[in-house]
Design a protein around this ligand. Structure first.
Ligand code: GUN
Length: 286
């Protein structure tokens, strides 16, 4: 039977470490880390995510501030707010929740956030730092993927890793992080020819294509480690909705370890945001 990697337990451990780091900073007389979240408009899912992020800050002692702006906020006003937050010494992390309303250019806004406060790791400067292995802030989900892998992979060097999905926020950064650990990385996607055959050679599979139950049991080598980043709500046979990942979970019991959906990568994401905020605060403190 495959080991089921408990994302909630790993995330709780990370939160404990983050809280300790916050306490240490305060004990050293450094400012308490502060995260500011910007939410434009009233998208229901975004409101839930932002509430979770703010609540998580409390748990580890990070000061959180929320800016809720109406959907009709102009791009210029939003950029002016970001500029003000970039200059505010009490703000160490800035997160502008996406999606933004259609009249706002998301790329322009995300690029206006100071790279040193970009706790999402979306700014091109941080993307560049990651792809050149020169530090910077690592995006939350890819960081979570690596921390989960570390709980079950003893030695990354020379392992065959297959990343399924080429998104800027998961697939590409995960591929870079695995390369940094000396894995041999193949980046694939839903148009890749022979995807089952390529996946079946892998020691590590990171499934992040957003394609429900794409990865079948026959795609997985016995003893492989699987991280399932996908999360899709589908209608089950019994007429009830259920959440599924990109991996056919019941078919991969011959793997060494696999993350469940939900309860795998999901819980790690906010914990990594908190860790990134403390990292940014430390770096800004000099
Ligand atoms: N919307 C959904 N997830 C995220 C995230 O991780 N960061 C931001 N900025 N917006 C999101």
């Amino acid at each position: 039977m495959a080991e089921i990697i408990d994302g909630r337990a790993v995330a709780n451990k990370l939160d404990e470490r983050t809280k300790q780091q916050v306490d240490e900073m305060v004990a050293e007389g450094l400012p308490r880390p502060g995260l500011t979240v910007i939410l434009v408009g009233d998208d229901g899912a975004s409101q839930v995510y932002v509430r979770r992020k703010i609540k998580a800050c409390e748990k580890v002692g990070i000061i959180s501030t929320e800016h809720r702006l109406p959907a009709e906020t102009s791009q210029a006003d939003l950029l002016a707010l970001v500029e003000q937050l970039n200059a505010d010494p009490e703000v160490h992390g800035i997160l502008c929740q996406v999606p933004l309303p259609d009249h706002i250019d998301t790329r322009t806004v995300l690029r206006s956030i100071s790279p040193d406060k970009d706790v999402d790791g979306f700014h091109p400067v941080n993307v560049g730092r990651l792809s050149t292995g020169t530090g910077g802030i690592v995006p939350c989900t890819p960081l979570g993927v690596m921390l989960l892998l570390e709980t079950v992979v003893d030695d990354f060097i020379g392992k065959d890793a297959v990343v399924i999905g080429k998104s800027n926020i998961v697939g590409k950064p995960v591929a870079n992080l695995l390369l940094d650990r000396e894995c041999t990385v193949t980046v694939t996607h839903i148009h890749t020819a022979n995807l089952p055959e390529i996946a079946s050679k892998a020691d590590i599979i990171v499934a992040a294509a957003g394609a429900p139950e794409l990865v079948k049991g026959s795609w997985v080598k016995p003893g492989a480690v699987i991280i399932d980043v996908g999360i899709t709500r589908i209608m089950g046979d019994n007429g009830k909705e259920r959440l599924v990942g990109d991996v056919k979970f019941d078919e991969v019991q011959h793997a060494k370890a696999v993350t469940p959906v939900p309860g795998g990568v999901g819980p790690m994401t906010i914990s990594c945001l908190l860790a990134n905020t403390v990292q940014a605060a430390r770096a800004l403190a000099g």
